[in-house]
Design a protein around this ligand. Structure first.
Ligand SMILES: Nc1ncnc2c1ncn2[C@@H]1O[C@H](COP(=O)(O)OP(=O)(O)OP(=O)(O)O)[C@@H](O)[C@H]1O
Length: 629
C-alpha cells in the first residue's frame, strides 16, 4: 500500500499546552516515562477487556506487556506496548486534539506564574505530550488490534505546531513511541540504571509486566528481556506491605492527578461477598468536577482483570470526587455497563464503599480538622448533594457538613451542625439559617437584624446547592432547620413575655399603616405585616415556608424552567423613620409611590429582580429631586 504522508496542524491549545508544559514541568521531567507507561498499561487493559468478547484479538501474542528500550547511539528511548493500538482516526482524535472536558476552564485559570501553572497542568493531566519535555521529536507507530499489518499509522512531530501522519505496514499490534531526546538530556537519561530507577519510582505498582533488556556481559543490555517492576496488582497486596509512597504513586496512576491524595482506605472484604477496594480522596478538585459529562467513578476489576474505567454505578454522584479501584470476585468477567445497573453485587459493594468513605471523612473531621477543612473547601459543595441523594445516610452526611455562620461572620465554611447545637441559646429549639446568592447578601440580610441583636447564631448559606440541601434536611438531632427568611419568625422561648407584649402594641399601632400599604401595593404582595425580625431596616421580603428563595426562582427562570411565581410577604418596621415619613404622606399617589419603593428595595436586598426596574429608578430620581428641591 502506498504510504501517503500528510502534514496536519495541532489544535491551537496544544501548542500553548506544550510550551507551558516544557517550561513548568522541566524540574520534574522524568514523569514523561510514568505517563507513557501509564498509557501503555491502559491500552493493554482495554485490549484484555475487548478480548473477553473477541479472543481472536490476542492471537499470536497473548502475553500483554510494556517494553522500555533505549539506544545511546541514536539518542532515543522507546516505550512499546502490545495493547489495543489506534487506527488513523483514533490517532487524530486522541493525539492531535484535546477533547477533555474542563479544557477551556483550564486555559482561563493559567496565570503565567510558572509554579502555579505547573500545579494546574498537573491537575489537568499531562499525558502523552509530556514526551516533549525531554524530546525534540516524537514518533508514534501504532496498529489497532484486529486490523491487518497494512493499517499501521505513523504520527510524528517536533512539537512546534504541526504533525505528520502516514499509513504504513506494521508487523505487530499495539503502540510504539520513540522519543528523540534533546541533546542535553541524553547523558542523563540514556542509561539502563536511570530508566530502571524511574520505573521503580513511578510504575512499580502497575499490574502489568514492564520489561527492559537484561544487562549482559560487559554491562551492556543484551537480547533477553526481564520484568523490572513488581507487576502485581497493588490493591491485592496486604496493607502492611505497602508504603505510603506506593499508595500515593498508585493514586496518581488511577486518578491522573499530579499531586498527593488527602487520604485513602484500603479494604479486603470477605464473607458473603468478596472484593477489594482501594479508595482515595483527592486533595484538589479536578477542573471538570461541575461538568455534567465529566466522567467519574472508579476502576472496576473482576479477579484482577480490568473491566472498565469510571464505573459510576459503584458510587453515588455526591461522592463523585472519589478515585480508586474495586476488584470483585463475584461478578462475571463479561460484565457490561448495563448489567451493573441494579445488580445486587454492585449495590452491596456500593453501599459498603459509601460507608467506608463517610467513615473515613468522619474520622478525618474528628482527628485532623485542618485536613478536613481542605477537603471541605474543595468538595463540600458536592457532599451537600448527599442528603437529597442518599436518604439512608442522611444523618451521617449531616454530621460532615460545614457552614459559614454569623458566629464568625467570615465566608469560611467551618461550622458544623454539632458546633451550632453546642452554642444554642437557652430556650432556642431551632437551627436558624438564611440562603442567598452570595455570602455578602446572606451576611448583610435585613432578616438577621433581630437575631444578631439577640446574639442568636444563624448559618449563612450561599452555595447554589444550599436550597436543595435544606429542602432535604428538615432537622438535625431533633432540631428543625429553619429559614429566617421564610414564614413567620418563631423565636419560641428565646422571646420574653415583655417583648411579645411590646410587639403586639407596635402591631396594633401600625394597623392603619399596614392596611394603607397593602391597598397601595395590591396584587404585588401576598400581604403586608409588621416585622419582628427587623431592627435597623425599614422593610424586608419574607417568603412562604415552602417557597424557593427569590434568587433561585430567578435562576430557574433564566434556565428556561416554568415556575409559578410566588408573591412575597412585605414586612415593615414601623419604628423606622422612613415608615414614619410614609405614614405622614397625605397624597395617595405619592403614598403609593413610597410603598412601591419600599417593596422594590426589599426585593433587591433579597437578591430578587424587579419586574419594572425603570419604574424603580424613576421613583428614586423623583425622590432625590424632591429632597434636593
Ligand atoms: N499507548 C497507547 N495505546 C493506545 N492508545 C493510546 C496510547 N497512548 C495514548 N493513547 C490514546 O490517546 C489518548 C490521549 O492520551 P493522553 O495521555 O494525552 O491523555 P489521557 O491518558 O487520556 O489522560 P491524561 O492526560 O490524564 O493522562 C488516550 O486517552 C488514548 O486513547
Amino acid at each position: 500500500m502506498a504510504a501517503s504522508k500528510e502534514t496536519m496542524q495541532f489544535q491551537t491549545e496544544i501548542n500553548q499546552l506544550l510550551q507551558l508544559m516544557i517550561h513548568s514541568l522541566y524540574s520534574n521531567k522524568e514523569i514523561f516515562l510514568r505517563e507513557l507507561i501509564s498509557n501503555a498499561s491502559d491500552a493493554c487493559d482495554k485490549l484484555r477487556f475487548e478480548a473477553l468478547a473477541d479472543p481472536a484479538l490476542l492471537t499470536g501474542d497473548s502475553e500483554l506487556k510494556v517494553e522500555v528500550d533505549f539506544d545511546p547511539e541514536a539518542g532515543t528511548i522507546t516505550v512499546r506496548d502490545n495493547g489495543i493500538g489506534m487506527n488513523r482516526d483514533e490517532v487524530i482524535a486522541n493525539i492531535g486534539t484535546i477533547a477533555k472536558s474542563g479544557t477551556r476552564e483550564f486555559f482561563e485559570r493559567l496565570s503565567g506564574d510558572q509554579t502555579k501553572d505547573a500545579k494546574l497542568i498537573g491537575q489537568f493531566g499531562v499525558g502523552f505530550y509530556s514526551a516533549f519535555i525531554v524530546a525534540d521529536r516524537v514518533s508514534l507507530n501504532t496498529r489497532r488490534a484486529g486490523m491487518e499489518a497494512e493499517h499501521g499509522v505513523r504520527w510524528e512531530s517536533d512539537g512546534t505546531g504541526t504533525y505528520t501522519l502516514e499509513t504504513l505496514d506494521l508487523p505487530a499490534r499495539g503502540t510504539e513511541i520513540v522519543l528523540h531526546l534533546r541533546e542535553e538530556e541524553r547523558q542523563d537519561l540514556l542509561s539502563a540504571w536511570r530508566l530502571r530507577s524511574i520505573i521503580n519510582k513511578y510504575s512499580d505498582h502497575i499490574p502489568l509486566s514492564i520489561r527492559m533488556r537484561k544487562i549482559g556481559e560487559g554491562g551492556k543490555p543484551g537480547d533477553e528481556w526481564e520484568t523490572v517492576n513488581k507487576a502485581s496488582a497493588l490493591w491485592q497486596r496486604s496493607k502492611s506491605e505497602i508504603s505510603d509512597d506506593e499508595y500515593k504513586e498508585f493514586y496518581r496512576y488511577v486518578s491522573h492527578d499530579y499531586g498527593d491524595p488527602l487520604t485513602w482506605s484500603h479494604n479486603h472484604v470477605e464473607g458473603r461477598l468478596e472484593y477489594t477496594s482501594l479508595l482515595f480522596i483527592p486533595a484538589k478538585a479536578p477542573f471538570d468536577l461541575w461538568d455534567h459529562n465529566h466522567p467519574h467513578g472508579i476502576k472496576l476489576y473482576v479477579q484482577r482483570v480490568f473491566i472498565m474505567d469510571d464505573a459510576e454505578q459503584l458510587l453515588p454522584r455526591y461522592l463523585r470526587f472519589v478515585r480508586g479501584v474495586i476488584d470483585s470476585s463475584d461478578l462475571p468477567l463479561n460484565v457490561s455497563r448495563e448489567i451493573l445497573q441494579g445488580n445486587r453485587v454492585i449495590d452491596q459493594m456500593r453501599s459498603g464503599s459509601v460507608k467506608r468513605i463517610l467513615g473515613l471523612l468522619e474520622e478525618m473531621a474528628e482527628k485532623e480538622p485542618e485536613k478536613y477543612q481542605t477537603f471541605w473547601n474543595e468538595f463540600g459543595r458536592v457532599l451537600k448533594e448527599g442528603p437529597g441523594e442518599d436518604y439512608s445516610n442522611r444523618e451521617q452526611i449531616a454530621r460532615l457538613l460545614r457552614f459559614a455562620s454569623t458566629h464568625t461572620d467570615t465566608d469560611t465554611q467551618n461550622v458544623s451542625l454539632a458546633d451550632y447545637l453546642a452554642r444554642m441559646a437557652e430556650g432556642q429549639d431551632k437551627i436558624y439559617y438564611i440562603t442567598a446568592d452570595s455570602f455578602l447578601a446572606a451576611k448583610n440580610s435585613p432578616q438577621l437584624e433581630l437575631l444578631r441583636k439577640k446574639g442568636i447564631e444563624v448559618l449563612l448559606l450561599s452555595d447554589r446547592v444550599d436550597e436543595w440541601l435544606t429542602s432535604h434536611l428538615p432537622e438535625f438531632e431533633g432540631k428543625a432547620l429553619t429559614s429566617v427568611a421564610k414564614g413567620a419568625l418563631d423565636l419560641g422561648a428565646i422571646e420574653t413575655e415583655e417583648e411579645r407584649k411590646s410587639q403586639e402594641e407596635t402591631e396594633k399601632d401600625a394597623e392603619g399603616l399596614v392596611e394603607r400599604i397593602k391597598n397601595a401595593l395590591g396584587e404585588r404582595v401576598e400581604t403586608v405585616r409588621v416585622s419582628h425580625r427587623l431592627t435597623s431596616s425599614p422593610a424586608c421580603i419574607v417568603l412562604g415556608e415552602r417557597d424557593m428563595a427569590l434568587y433561585m426562582q430567578q435562576l430557574l427562570k433564566q434556565a428556561g424552567h416554568e415556575i409559578s411565581s410566588t408573591k412575597p410577604v412585605l414586612e415593615i418596621n414601623p419604628t423606622h423613620p422612613m415608615l414614619a415619613r410614609i405614614e405622614g404622606e397625605k397624597d395617595d399617589t405619592r403614598f403609593a409611590e413610597w410603598s412601591a419603593l419600599l417593596l422594590d428595595q426589599a426585593i433587591l436586598a433579597e437578591g430578587g429582580q424587579l419586574e419594572d426596574p425603570a419604574g424603580f429608578v424613576a421613583r428614586i430620581n423623583q425622590l432625590m429631586l424632591a429632597l434636593a428641591g
